[in-house]
Ligand binder design. Structure first.
Ligand code: ADP
Ligand code: CIR
Length: 341
């Protein structure tokens, strides 16, 4: 607790520095001095899109005045008195096909996040917390080996060559995001960090990266129904093994407020060369369909070879199935926009 208190103090000190910086982030917009007098938070990156994280599950209530504004701005349509609907993964077979002529989509990925009950988020986690969460997840996967069929590869046990290959193939996370680093997400690295995956590397789970657990289903091609169905089954099995943090209003709780609710990011790696000629316009059109454009290596990276990562923006205030509907319908519209050019 002494260590945690020291960390809280250090984070609070960053605010004064932040006040002097130019920034378009939502944090800058809502963390006015008036709010700050009652709510202390910290940030060093004015280039942030959002600009704040929750230090633990309680932060969303303790700092509700700040979080609620940021949350309703990001998850368009989810207002301060709204309640996230009960989980409903629906029937994957009922999703529309994406890119029906298989002309644009290279690969498809759907991920969700979970936090293990009883532990804070990374900024307040001790080394022991990292090790305990890793053990809990390893135990859950071991018990359900028949259903999940994943082996665990700890970051501290793999060779540098293995690690680089997993990153290059888009399976594994890195620890080079300055925003996450300064949010204290990389402490004690690589303690407790690692990846579970099945032999085909179509079902994967990240242990203690940004969130305690990221469960991922991905494969080459555009079979969104298959990818989503695999994630639906796997999370159901894990939920029978581990208790995850859930809030009646905000759904599943995550470190970053953009991931609350369903926690689902459904993405494609896609080439849309005509739209990509004007990136500002590409991003503007994507946003009209509630879609976000990222670089090839994910968040805060650039595109390589004209490949972009396009995914749903909203995750809170709608069901899992509705997130997938919004993403698939939006993506098909985006492809139509490409074809108009
Ligand atoms: P997250 O989705 O976990 O929030 P990132 O944006 O950092 O985080 O992406 C994580 C990794 O997943 C990156 O290596 C990224 O290239 C990869 N990725 C995302 N979507 C796809 C996809 N549709 N196909 C292949 N790789 C993908
Ligand atoms: C940021 O503020 O940029 C990071 N904390 C990530 C926010 C979520 N990502 C996003 O909307 N692209």
């Amino acid at each position: 607790n002494i260590v945690r208190n020291q960390k809280m103090k250090k984070m609070a000190c960053e605010y004064e520095k932040f006040l002097t910086k130019e920034s378009k982030s939502l944090l800058k917009k809502y963390l006015t001095r008036d709010v700050y007098e009652r709510i202390k938070s910290g940030l060093t990156h004015p280039e942030s899109n959002v600009g704040l994280y929750a230090c633990d599950q309680h932060a969303y209530k303790v700092f509700a005045e700040l979080f609620d504004s940021v949350i309703s701005d990001y998850h368009v349509g989810f207002c301060k008195n709204d309640v996230h609907p009960p989980s409903n993964w629906g029937d994957p077979a009922k999703l529309p096909s994406i890119d029906p002529e298989s002309k644009y989509v290279i690969s498809t990925r759907v991920r969700c996040a979970r936090s293990v009950c009883g532990y804070p988020f990374c900024p307040l986690m001790t080394e022991q917390d990292y090790i305990e969460i890793q053990e809990k997840l390893k135990c859950a996967f071991r018990t359900k080996q028949a259903e999940l069929n994943c082996e665990y590869y700890g970051l501290d046990k793999m060779t540098e060559e293995q690690r680089q290959q997993l990153v290059a193939d888009h399976f594994l996370f890195r620890n080079d995001d300055k925003i996450l680093e300064d949010a204290n997400a990389y402490q004690f690295w690589p303690k407790g960090r690692g990846i579970f995956h099945n032999p085909e590397k179509k079902l994967l789970a990240w242990c203690c990266e940004e969130d305690h657990l990221r469960l991922i289903s991905m494969e080459k091609g555009n079979d969104l129904r298959g990818v989503y169905g695999r994630l639906k089954n796997a999370i159901g099995v894990l939920e029978s093994q581990v208790q995850f943090s859930h809030d009646d209003r905000l759904g599943y709780l995550t470190f970053c407020p953009t991931n609350l609710g369903t926690t689902i990011r459904a993405s494609v790696h896609i080439k849309l060369p005509k739209l990509a000629k004007d990136m500002d316009n590409f991003k503007k059109i994507a946003k009209q369909y509630s879609l976000q454009v990222r670089g090839t290596g994910g968040e805060h990276t650039e595109s390589v070879g004209g490949v972009y990562d396009v995914s749903n923006i909203r995750r809170l205030g709608l069901t899992e199935f509705d997130v997938l509907m919004e993403m698939s319908q939006g993506l098909n519209k985006l492809i139509q926009e490409e074809e108009k050019l």
